[in-house]
Design a protein around this ligand. Structure first.
Ligand code: SF4
Ligand code: SF4
Length: 262
């Protein structure tokens, strides 16, 4: 039934569906969403009308195939605002690790007939192909952050992007520093806040899934990791993980001595 509420679509590109699942797992706050918007497309949840013009599109996943390029252009055309959600959509995701290798050699070593697989030479963030109005990081995203951003956009307020590092969230939540107390390498000092210091709060080091913080002292953290016993390859892999192609982490990894597998 048509209503005069703003229309929302949730689109999936090359991804594991984890960000959509994170939204679905939100529970009560998600139930408030239909009060704010008409969800016209969210195939994972039921509504399936991908070509409808909408006020806001949430886009999960990277652009990795020729078909993805055509589809994201269509989504852009149909959307007043486009928000990319998650590491895949904002930086290319884990699948962008292939950007550092010869992906055709990789495919030949895995598939018997790789010529039937149509992929681009790189796995790209959505913003490489179309204008993006807002990016929300994480693998998966913090759903409360997504709902907060939706509320802001629907009220005509510009969402305030995070600029601090995960360390700041640890301090705010009185989480004991895993690097100082346990000697565990932690990417928190160079990783964007937003997750609520999920990993350090659970007693483990951050592995950088939110991508680079605004002020990135990558050389110092790399030196500290070496002092804690990581070899050059292990340090490199800390930057070349989920958000490997996010600008700050990509540049940092290219400057590290263990860069021998690209
Ligand atoms: S960002 Fe992570 S959780 Fe979200 S779709 Fe990509 S791999 Fe899955
Ligand atoms: S602590 Fe780091 S790895 Fe863990 S959820 Fe937050 S940003 Fe991601």
């Amino acid at each position: 039934m048509a209503t005069d509420k703003p229309k929302l679509a949730v689109h999936k590109f090359s991804s594991c569906d984890g960000c959509q699942l994170a939204l679905l797992n939100l529970g009560e706050p998600l139930l408030a969403l239909p009060g704010l918007v008409d969800i016209v497309h969210f195939a994972e949840a039921g509504p399936n009308s991908p070509d409808q013009p909408v006020d806001i599109s949430l886009v999960e996943g990277s652009v990795s195939t020729p078909e993805d390029i055509e589809r994201i252009q269509q989504v852009r055309q149909n959307s007043k605002l486009l928000v990319s959600i998650g590491a895949c959509a904002t930086s290319g995701g884990l699948q962008a690790l292939a950007n550092f290798a010869n992906r055709h050699e990789w495919m030949a070593s895995i598939y018997t007939d790789p010529k039937n697989i149509e992929v681009l030479n790189s796995s790209d963030p959505i913003s490489k192909h179309v204008k993006v109005d807002l990016q929300i990081q994480g693998c998966p995203v913090n759903s409360a952050q997504v709902i907060g951003a939706l509320r802001d956009l629907l009220s005509g307020v510009a969402p305030r992007p995070e600029v601090h590092s995960v360390c700041m969230e640890c301090k705010r939540k009185a989480v004991i520093c895993t690097m100082v107390t346990k000697g565990e390498p932690c990417m928190g000092p160079v990783t964007l806040a937003g997750c609520g210091a999920l990993c350090p709060a659970a007693g483990r080091g951050c592995y950088g899934c939110y991508g680079p913080a605004e002020q990135l002292n990558d050389r110092s953290i790399a030196d500290r990791f070496e002092q804690l016993g990581l070899d050059a390859q292990a340090v490199l892999r800390r930057f070349r993980f989920i958000a490997n192609s996010a600008a700050g982490f990509k540049t940092a990894s290219e400057g590290l001595r263990g860069d021998t597998d690209g």
